[in-house]
Write a protein that binds this ligand. Sequence first.
Ligand code: PLP
Length: 486
Amino acid sequence: MSPASARALTVDSLNPKVLALADHLRGAVAGRAQRMQKELETNPGLYPFDEIIYCNLSNPHYLGQQPIKFFREVLALCDYPHLLNCSVTSSIFSSDAITRAREILDLIPGRAMGGYSHCQGTEGLRNAIAVGIATRDAFPCNAEDIFLTDGAAAPVHMVMHLLIRDEKDGILCPIPSHFLYTSSMALCGATLVPYYLDESGGWAVSISDLKKQLDGARSEGITVRGLVVVNPGNPTGQVLVKENQCEIVEFCRIENLVLLADEVYQENVYTDEKRFISFKKIARSMGFGEEDISLISFHSVSNGYYGECGRRGGYMEVTGFNSEVRKQVYKVASLSSCSNLAGQVLVSLVMNPPKVGDESYTSYWEERDRIMLSLSRCAEAMVQAFNSLEGLTCSKAEGAMFVFPSVRLPKRAIAAAEAMNTKPDVFYALRLLENTGIVLLPGSVFGQVPGTWHFRCTILQQEEKIQLIINRFKAFHETFMEEFRD
Ligand SMILES: Cc1ncc(COP(=O)(O)O)c(C=O)c1O
């Protein structure tokens, strides 16, 4: 083949960091589920079930969760301001949504939802978000510290680019954790310094393990730059206790690490015994200010009771860096011009929902409570069902949108998986899918202590389906255990 006709790009000439991304991102189980869904459309009798049930997706609206009315009203009015001048509008939209849309449009240069904004995000919206954060934390928040972003994934990648110089730089990252972090590190060429969450301790962060991993990495010449902590946790669903958070802050301060606090599930807490506390509030309560600790926290409109993941709204709050570093953060943020305006508006609403006296106040709380209670009941039913089954142990779902049970697979099941060159947890999840139509994500997608097997199941299915899922799951699991019993 002459050079002229050779392909300009082949797999061999791709960036090796892309090739180094874990294979699980291609999703053996999710891919199989999609193919089965297509098959069912043309041949409905092909499997012993009539639909694929996606317990792998953290996509609330896709799974039937209804959007919060107030948020959508404001977005609609901002996107089509012509409505604000129509007499019919006041009979369709609530009065506080109309007022809020007017206020928001006044903050947006040119009142142009289709325009670029300031690259850090519209100033007036950042001011509103800073007020929301300060109210949440009871500590001041500076709007200059807020960068409005397209969800939380985009700023995580950005921060990795800022921190990682070469493969000698590492980041402490929880295992199990969302693959966003491990893949972002892989793309930047960072060294992953894993620390294992303590399953028997309710998925807490073990400071002794952190120290061991940090010292181990340093002894190998790795410069550890930061520590990722996800609270509430994905896939593990834990809410950290305050004492543990204080230990983490102290650890980062003493070891001079940037604390990367993923707080995207801050609204998803289902236990009365715990509550979400931001790492910034923890640090400030401990008396640590800007000089003491470098902290970046991430939030997003994708989760919570709002679940607006397709809107791609989010922010990062950047504190504890000197002005030179901040200029560089700003420079990198400006490369993507600005985040989308609808996402920016939505973050400002999420951080400043209707207040007492507003027309939407009661309906907003009713919608919010309905969603949260439904998630909570779903989580409880799933945890109870999983714990009732042979070989399954499931921690309480305290927060986020997931349960992450461990499953003790019989040796014969592990051997059968290995004979097929498949990971045992993938084997289990594929068997479940083929027998029930239920899609789960195997624990190996998130990492797990070697020799243990888990799966992640979301709690987002509509409540009327939960019993069906549990019944199908139980029947499958009992048959599976019988088939492979040692
Ligand atoms: C822990 C965690 N962080 C970040 C993200 C990124 O979310 P998004 O980019 O949709 O805001 C997710 C998405 O599921 C997540 O689970």
